[in-house]
Design a binder for this molecule. Structure first.
Ligand SMILES: O=C(O)CCC(=O)C(=O)O
Ligand SMILES: [Fe+2]
Length: 208
């Protein structure tokens, strides 16, 4: 199996592991039913992301573990030359883009060492969409296909123009190494909290 890693790569064997449509849809349905349970319990409306660890379906949890996380960790060990026994899922989500809610995602870095984005929707279910990198390349794998890339590489979600696009986004860490603290710090800065170094820079009157 050859997986080119720059700047985002299709992971070609993934389709056979997932069994395509049914398995993908099981994850989407599990996300939707988790969401409606949350609705009943607390009135919160599902709009965007459902964490894999919050999925109420144990079958869906198992699909994620067996068909996605485990084989992806193998691929990460192989292609990123990381010790696979130390690579774990830090966080993972089912994300929905739709014209009536979030259409896309601005350029950003993930709080991960390596990220994977896997298409769950059928390609005829949406127009537009895909993962874009700074060199202008856009990856739009068909249902059951995915990409792996270094989480610190700037990337964004292209806006969809029709329909709904479901993806599974997975953030991997390696041992104690994740870029989560960095990501949280950057988010805070963007929200106007300058953080300790920013505060010192402000006091001293120097820019960062
Ligand atoms: O929509 C995409 O393909 C990008 C998603 C993404 O970058 C993320 O969820 O962190
Ligand atoms: Fe991302």
């Amino acid at each position: 199996m050859h997986v080119p890693m720059h700047p985002g790569a299709r992971w070609k064997n993934w389709k056979t592991e997932m069994g395509r449509f049914n398995t993908c849809m099981q994850l989407v349905v599990a996300a939707a039913s988790t969401q409606s349970e949350q609705c009943l319990a607390c009135g919160v409306r599902y709009l965007k992301d459902v964490k894999i660890r919050d999925l109420t379906s144990t079958a869906a949890q198992k699909i994620f573990q067996d068909k996605l996380a485990a084989p992806l960790i193998e691929a990460i060990g192989q292609y990123f030359e990381l010790p696979k026994e130390n690579v774990t899922v830090d966080d993972a989500f089912i994300v929905r883009y739709a014209t009536d809610s979030q259409r896309g995602l601005a350029f950003h870095r993930d709080g991960s060492i390596v990220s994977s984005i896997v298409t769950l929707s059928n390609e005829s279910d949406y127009v537009g969409g895909g993962t874009e990198f700074m060199d202008g390349s856009v990856y739009r794998p068909s249902q059951g296909g995915g990409i792996l890339f270094g989480g610190q590489r700037l990337h964004g979600g292209v806006e969809i123009v029709r329909g709904a696009r479901y993806i599974c986004t997975i953030f991997f860490k390696c041992g104690g190494l994740s870029c989560r603290d960095l990501a949280v710090k950057k988010d805070k800065e963007e929200e106007g909290d300058p953080g300790i170094w920013g505060a010192i820079a402000n006091i001293m009157g120097v820019g960062q």
